[in-house]
Design a protein around this ligand. Sequence first.
Ligand code: PMP
Length: 418
Amino acid sequence: MDYSKFISEHSKARNPSSIRALMPYMNLKTVISLGAGQPNAQTFPFAGMTVTLKNGDVLEMDPELFQRCLSYDATAGLKQLQDWLKELQIIEHHPSVEFDLAIGAGSQDLLTKGLEMFINPGDAVLVEDPAYTGALAFLQTQDCDVVGCKTDDGGMIPEAFESLLENWPTSNPYGKTDQARPKVLYCHPTAGNPTGVSLSEERKRSIYAICQKYDIMILEDDAYYYLQFDNKRIASYFSLDVDGRVLRCDSMSKILSSGLRIGWVSGPKELIERMNMHTMATNLQPAGIPQLMAYELLHKWGHDGFFEHVAQVSKFYKEKRDLFVDGLDKYMVGRAEWVVPTAGMFVWLKLLNGITDSFDLVMNRALKKQVVAIPGDAFMPMGNKTPYIRVSYSNVDKDAMDEALRRLADAIDEEVAS
Ligand code: PMP
């Protein structure tokens, strides 16, 4: 694919850093480096590191890698971790197009770099409606028009997506008749945040075909991919890609640790290189020590061990989901409607009985009753009011779920009665 039409002016203005390009040579044992401003690691006070796992196992960081990770290292991340993750992508997604991979400070770091690479001021950008608030917060700074794509109980609706594009610019919700058709779709197909809904492979295939027809890049943000409750995970856009039009963001945040801040992006080499230039100009590289911790663990586990771990994590959330749905059945019937999630940690509750705007209910009545939910308007790409709220079962036990939903039900009843 020729990516030039997709790359923003901002991204085109980025140039490779000669200092960073020379870095692989500086690490070679045969080379004498008078190069970049690498501080001398002998002055660093850290001698070594061991990490204790919850099962009692002790992970000893490889001394040489530990010293390397205390210093500046590759822009795209620790080579050993990159290789491990590349292998994971091959085992899990069987990509049919060549891809490269870079590590970032969480998938947030990478998805915003990806968006920046594609968007020029004045562009229309496609997102799901509702969409992840963290992506919307970034898009709000990009001087672009965020266009929401209709969703239903099964996620993004292919027919509505096609109609939006076919009838562009008449279908443009901003009424701009001279605006070019959008060229990027940002989406979160698994356990969408906020809806908790996962898109079927069938819908993905239809949406992918529509993106081919209208030449649209897909930025697949799949932070909850490994939290699917069914052992057979739904095929990703990355795995369906035959053109090189998918840029996929993954995250360790929901499966190893969110504080490690490790995400990875997979996609066409040319695009990953552009994103690396962004990293060179902003945060230089992902932090070394968290990458080493993750690598030592993943290396010890192997890919099979990793899959066993994610199976345990998804089982944990599935059990929470079951308890939470029991609570919803007890307290929310007649007050709200919901779709039972098949992955992740969210339920998107549609409040009934004439409630059209959930904001006040959540920010006043619910808070007074000591229960926190997220008002749905935070996820509205075009800023409209909504009767929805997002509730999460990730961090509550059975009793707390029961009590929280009882309080929420009281707050809803007060709102309806007012
Ligand atoms: N995408 C989605 C849909 C998310 O919900 C989140 C975290 N809330 C992220 C990306 C960012 O995750 P991280 O940066 O921790 O990988």
